[in-house]
Unconditional design. Structure first.
Lengths: 272, 319
């Protein structure tokens, strides 16, 4: 019994260690965001914090607000396009039998697993010949591709969980299917749809490869903008950390909001 | 339904939610028959336009010669020359080897660590539940940011991790991780494992929590050693979830690009150059579109195999 008590304490210790390992890189970057250009080049835990970095990254040549605006516009548009389409599809997949239903669901799922390099190559060539490289619409279109499968499968999972009775009652009362979808299903599935929207937002906000290849200057998003801090005097780690904090802080808040559905969303329904 | 006492309603609701939905097969409504396809159509069009078309286009491109730097239009069809070139280029095989090693090590490390952590956390309690809610944080971090942060952390002069490893393992003190092939590979591996283990842990906690407790408890009362309970009872029962974790992690490890780009750029030399990175270099650095498409497709084939496996498990579990 005594040994068990000791083992229990070792386990607690391991749990705390795991928490430290998860937090350490994030905290270290967050701290560096408040360090001066001198302090950041030393291993200091205690230092006089400064907010100067957050001012500097908004000045030339960094102009981080342009990247912030691009990221926000692209992510919002991706959500506004993908979520309504995904909701309609998810409802249909959940409630009806269709010819080729399984093939369609599998195709949607499978596209998620294709390496992004394969997808981006034809798009790069197409946007290049259309003169659409370095524009937001190009990025929005391609980002929608990676968000769609998550959204369809997640919302389908939520709609599957809504009992049919109310829908049937409304149908018997003479409502059309689309009225039922709007007045009955949408309100009931709202939490799920909002969760999927947050997921879609986080995924497109953090997306890197498409933005790296399809943008150059005008449509650059935040993750790609991180490269700006690799200047002639080497990496500006204090500025980079400030921008990094700017990228991750809102996503951390959003991720905490959806954490209950995180696993289901990321495995696309394979694990509930 | 009316007789359900208030206290058990939650359990009942949970039970209802667990049952797969009934479908409107008994309402063969003509309008529904059109509506259902109409509702799916836009989403399927997006998927076709953003995934199936590029895949088909890449496949076609992989049989052509097209050096973008020399010509703005695609060159002639050259049969399997691009594929032949890949198979006879040592850099291609080097990248295949790096990808294989990276996948193997990252899947093994992530799965083992995630299982250990899940076993530690599944018991619940305040400490464990708070730690569990921290596990979402790496997901909120853009992989590009993870990559560049780890470059900071492994800086030989002021990198936190470089200093910590230097203190713990004296031979590593003062060494430049990212310019030493094996260490750069290790740093990349650590960044990837750091980013993915929490997610896999959350999946496994869900799996562990749904295991029937009676056999485990019986074995504990019998005085079976912990390792025997783990390998004899827990792991066999957890197999379906473990398979999902392993397949997903394999796919994500094969696809890993952002962290490599930001942390090592495939270097030093070709030490961390995986197949994805090799395809990227050929497409967007050397602008050899046909060859890049061929390399990409050589990656798509095993990926489709894995996806097929994954789908088999998803649908078996749903059925």
């Amino acid at each position: 019994m005594k040994r068990k008590g000791g083992w229990g304490r070792v386990q607690d210790g391991l749990v705390v260690l795991a928490a430290i390992v998860v937090l350490l890189p994030i905290v270290w970057i967050a701290l560096a965001a408040f360090k001066t250009s001198v302090d950041v080049f030393e291993l200091k835990l205690f230092f006089t914090p400064t907010l100067q970095n957050f001012a500097t990254i908004f000045e030339p040549p960094y102009l981080i607000h342009q990247k912030l605006l691009n990221s926000a516009i692209v992510s919002i548009c991706v959500v506004l396009i993908s979520i309504p389409l995904a909701t309609c599809a998810a409802y249909s997949f959940s409630r009806f039998r269709m010819r080729g239903e399984r093939a369609m669901l599998v195709t949607i799922l499978a596209t998620q697993f294709v390496p992004a390099v394969v997808i981006v190559l034809p798009f790069f060539l197409m946007f290049r010949s259309l003169g659409m490289l370095d524009t937001r619409p190009a990025l929005i279109l391609v980002d929608t591709a990676i968000v769609m499968p998550f959204a369809v499968w997640m919302i389908k999972g939520f709609v599957d969980g809504i009992p049919l009775e109310t829908e049937e009652a409304a149908l018997v009362d003479g409502s059309t299917r689309l009225q039922v979808l709007r007045r009955v299903v949408l309100p009931m599935a709202a939490p799920g749809i909002i969760t999927a929207a947050i997921f879609a937002f986080i995924i497109s906000w953090n997306e890197f490869l498409f933005a790296l290849i399809l943008t150059r200057r005008d449509a650059v998003t935040l993750p790609v903008g991180l490269q700006l801090f690799n200047g002639q005097e080497g990496m500006q780690w204090h500025l980079l950390s400030a921008a990094g904090l700017l990228i991750m802080a809102p996503m951390i808040v959003l991720a905490l909001l959806v954490q209950k559905h995180f696993v289901q969303g990321m495995t696309m329904g394979a694990v509930r | 339904m009316d007789t359900v006492a208030g206290a058990t309603t939650t359990a009942r609701t949970a039970a209802i939610l667990a049952v797969p939905p009934r479908r409107f097969v008994r309402l063969p409504d003509l309008r529904d028959n059109q509506v259902k396809y109409l509702l799916v159509l836009p989403a399927m069009l997006v998927v076709a336009a953003t995934a199936i078309w590029p895949l088909a286009y890449s496949l076609l491109l992989s049989f052509r010669s097209w050096r973008l730097a020399r010509s703005p239009v695609p060159g002639p069809f050259i049969g399997g020359t691009n594929y032949e070139q890949a198979f006879t280029t040592s850099e291609f095989w080097l990248s295949v080897g790096n990808s294989a090693l990276f996948v193997l090590l990252s899947v093994a490390a992530t799965t083992a660590l995630a299982l250990g952590l899940a076993l530690l956390l599944v018991r619940g309690g305040l400490l464990r539940r708070s730690v569990q809610s921290l596990l979402i944080l790496p997901f909120a971090m853009s992989p590009a940011l993870v990559g560049i942060s780890w470059r900071f952390l492994f800086n030989p002069e002021f990198g936190l991790f470089a200093a910590m490893f230097g203190t713990l393992i004296p031979p590593l003190a003062g060494i430049n991780w990212l310019s030493t092939p094996a260490l750069a590979f290790s740093a990349l591996l650590m960044a990837d494992v750091w980013a993915w283990t929490p997610f896999m842990t959350l999946i496994l906690i869900g799996g562990l929590a749904s295991l029937p407790q009676d056999t485990i408890e019986a074995a504990q009362i019998d005085g079976s050693p912990a390792w025997r309970i783990l390998f004899g009872i827990i792991i066999p029962q957890l197999r379906p979830v473990l398979v999902v974790v392993i397949i997903l992690k394999t796919i994500f490890a094969l696809k890993q690009f952002d962290v490599i780009f930001m942390l090592t750029q495939g270097g030093p030399g070709h030490a961390t150059q995986t197949l994805v990175y090799y395809a990227y270099l050929n497409g967007f650095k050397y602008y050899d579109m046909g060859y890049a498409a061929a390399v990409s497709w050589l990656m798509v084939v095993p990926m489709l195999g894995l996806t097929f496996l994954y789908i088999k498990f998803v649908f078996r579990r749903a059925a």
